[in-house]
Design a protein around this ligand. Structure first.
Ligand SMILES: C[S@@+](CC[C@H](N)C(=O)[O-])C[C@H]1O[C@@H](n2cnc3c(N)ncnc32)[C@H](O)[C@@H]1O
Length: 398
């Protein structure tokens, strides 16, 4: 038979039972911009309340608040029910199952707090449907529990309510989660993100971030990133889709940020359709089918006789086509005819050429192009948008 301590350890690992310290909970709630808001009569919920530490912090500053909490572990429910400092409407449920939607049917909370488990769970039909109802589509077999709890929390919030969560680094940095970050900035207001170093508070083993989201469309163009003692940095929504962690922008600012416009490159657009080029019978032409997402080296011994011709040193970039955007190439030798689906970026400075190619091959460059692309059918990018492509200069050693 398993000892009590071994059983507790097993549950702790299975349910990710790391509890938030009072200090971290207070710091989290202090990020909610409007202090006066706490004087109202609010409904607050923690879907994975553990032993109620976050709800205790809420009760501390918002005494009129009605508290609600669920947890999968009856031991935690009993602990919260026994706590004389807390008056919580508790329910022992697995909050990733339809039991939760039976309990809370509508957008009924002003405040949702959470430090959800960080682990993969099966993306069951219930989860898919609930997230789809919110407008978020995920068809993979597994989903991060923290993604589910974040989105389900947003679903249960009233309009203009706040969600205050402690989330793992991956939410802000994983390339695969850029669709989640885009969904967040497109539909909600991110009030602030605070980066926490591992072990800086009891109860944080992993690198985590605090995030405050308001349930309303964003009127602000910037997202504030904070880290203790360091100056606040503001990033654009497009930057956030790429990454939302303070450390990255602190390092990146060591390099000079330019754009294609500030590098004074010339952007030319091909005029001939692919059909025109085929009719001309030339072999040295570039269409979106001749370049790749990894970047193609393009060589020819031929010359081209046209008004717009790509020449040695030019960078070519796909202009149109949902699956083609992000493709690019570099002319190593010769001259090429260009189709109207391709831009030429002409830059005579060798170091700047390398910086542009580094940007185009980076996840940041690809996300940037994806996020500025327009069009309902075949998506495309415009010349004026392309001139705004941010380029990090001075980071060409790789
Ligand atoms: C990281 S702890 C955080 C607890 C509390 N929110 C805090 O900040 O101290 C995660 C909690 O989620 C609970 N939990 C894990 N899976 C759950 C699920 N599917 N439904 C509800 N609670 C769950 C665990 O029992 C644990 O108490």
């Amino acid at each position: 038979m398993m000892s009590n301590t071994a059983a507790t350890k097993q549950l702790r690992e299975e349910y990710e039972q790391f509890y938030t310290s009072r200090g971290l909970g207070r710091l989290l709630l202090s990020q909610i911009p409007d202090n006066a808001w706490f004087n109202k009569k609010l409904n607050a919920l923690d879907l994975c309340m553990g032993q109620g530490s976050l709800l205790e912090c809420v009760a501390e500053i918002a005494s009129y608040t009605s508290l609600f909490g669920t947890d999968i572990d009856q031991f935690n429910i009993d602990a919260v029910n026994r706590n004389p400092q807390l008056n919580v409407n508790t329910y022992c449920i697995d909050a990733t199952t339809p039991e939760v939607s039976a309990l809370y049917t509508k957008e009924q909370f002003d405040l949702i707090v959470g430090n959800p488990p960080f682990k993969l769970i099966r993306n069951e039909d219930f989860i898919k449907t609930e997230l789809e109802n919110l407008g978020y589509y995920s068809c993979s077999a597994y989903i991060e529990a923290e993604v589910y709890f974040l989105l389900y929390g947003l679903k249960l919030l009233k309009n203009n309510g706040y969600l205050a969560y402690i989330l793992p680094d991956g939410i802000f940095t994983k390339i695969a989660l850029n669709t989640l970050r885009k969904f967040l900035v497109d539909n909600f207001t991110i009030e602030s993100i605070v980066e926490i170093e591992p072990k800086s508070f009891q109860g944080t083993e992993a690198k985590t971030h605090l995030i405050i989201i308001k349930k309303c469309e964003s009127k602000k163009s910037k997202i504030p990133l904070l880290k203790s003692q360091l100056p606040t940095r503001e990033i654009s929504k497009i930057d956030f889709i790429n990454r939302g962690d303070y450390s990255y922008y602190r390092k990146a600012s060591a390099f000079k940020k330019e754009t294609l416009a500030s590098l004074k490159v010339n952007i030319l657009r091909g005029k001939k359709t692919k059909k025109n080029l085929l009719q001309m019978g030339v072999s040295n032409y570039i269409h979106t089918t001749n370049i790749t997402h990894n970047g193609s080296e393009l060589n020819t011994t031929l010359n081209a006789d046209d008004k717009i011709v790509a020449q040695k040193g030019d960078i070519v970039i796909a202009r149109v086509g949902t699956r083609c955007l992000g493709k690019f190439g570099f002319i190593e030798s010769g001259e090429f005819y260009i189709s109207d689906c391709v831009f030429i970026v002409r830059c005579n400075n060798h170091e700047n050429q390398k910086s542009i190619l580094n940007t185009l091959s980076s996840p940041f460059g690809k996300n940037w192009i994806d996020s500025v692309s327009k069009g309902v059918g075949a998506r495309h990018i415009t010349t004026s948008d392309l001139y705004k492509l941010p380029i990090v200069v001075g980071n060409n050693e790789n």
